[in-house]
Design a binder for this molecule. Structure first.
Ligand code: NJP
Length: 268
């Protein structure tokens, strides 16, 4: 898609990856509607063009999606893309996941994007063009210990995206799936479940790395983009050749949660 003057909704734009995507799109000349429960520090997505419109609300509430789509149509007269980026982590071995935590994270990570898809696709189909970008996760393809519940929500989103792409074939509306690896944001402190331990020296991507790749993938009309560090890319490739060996290595690195030494605070 052509990014200059395109009208884009970005959810989860108050900080982290969503904020970086908003800033990158503003630099490309896109017109933005930004969504989060808070506006964060402000200043997101401010470039040379018109100031972004903010819609504050919870993505789990269908009204937030309806208001964001209405804001795009009223302020800019059209809607070219929705980036479903708002999301939440969950860390615990599967057998210690509290059902209410998984239910809540599933709501944010799956029902949130669904609300925006339901609100945005009809006007896009009517216009004969549009793009839905869903931010899933690399763990949707390669689960790791203690992230099984989170991976399940992101695998569900990936599955929804791949089905939606087929269903929208021929309408002019496209779907892009984004699969990031570990990115340096406030994601871990916001996550539900057991605390993430510090892992000094771990190589993580910056939100701007993800934003650059997402924006390039949007411009190039890609259907999927994985944004991974070198070691994550190697682990994913090795998993296809020798899945048993990679599982053992992941267990050594992340801990299985099954022994006293593997309790909260160990692992990822
Ligand atoms: O997370 P964080 P990231 N309704 O916590 C908003 C995926 N990902 O940028 O509402 C509306 O810094 C929240 O705003 P606020 C991840 O699953 C990440 O790292 O004001 N908005 C904030 O703007 C997620 O889908 C990593 O609190 C809600 C934003 O979402 C996406 O990347 C790895 C909301 C979260 O900012 C961005 O995550 C990976 C709600 N109910 C996938 N709940 C990683 N960081 O390592 C949250 O594979 N927000």
């Amino acid at each position: 898609m052509h990014l200059r003057d395109s009208v884009v909704i970005v959810t989860g734009a108050s900080r982290g990856i969503g904020r970086a995507i908003a800033d990158r799109l503003a630099a490309e000349g896109s017109l933005l509607v930004l969504v989060a429960r808070s506006a964060g520090g402000g200043g997101q997505g401010e470039g040379e063009g018109p100031a972004p419109r903010w819609v504050t609300g919870d993505v789990v509430d269908p009204d937030t999606a309806r208001k964001a789509v209405a804001a795009a149509l009223e302020s800019f007269g059209r809607l070219d893309a929705v980036i479903n980026n708002a999301g939440l982590g969950l860390r615990a071995p599967v057998w210690r996941i509290a059902p209410e935590d998984l239910r809540y994270v599933l709501d944010v990570n799956l029902i949130g994007p669904l609300n925006f898809i339901r609100a945005a696709v009809p006007p896009m189909v009517e216009r004969g063009r549009g793009l839905i970008v869903n931010v899933s996760s690399a763990v949707a393809r390669r689960p790791v210990p203690s992230l099984g519940g989170y991976a399940a929500t992101k695998a569900a989103l990936l599955s929804l995206s791949e089905t939606l792409r087929m269903e929208l074939s021929g309408t002019g509306v496209e779907v892009l799936s984004v699969l990031p690896g570990s990115v340096e944001t406030g994601f871990k402190s916001a996550a539900r479940g057991e605390p993430y331990p510090e892992r000094p020296g771990a190589v993580r991507l910056e939100p701007t790395d993800v934003a650059d790749r997402v924006v390039r993938a949007m411009a190039a009309g890609r259907r999927e983009v994985a944004v991974l560090s070198r070691s994550e890319r190697l682990a994913l490739l090795a998993g296809r050749v020798a899945p048993g060996l990679v599982e053992k290595a992941l267990l050594r690195r992340y801990g299985g949660g099954g022994s006293p030494g593997d309790g909260p605070g160990q692992g990822v």
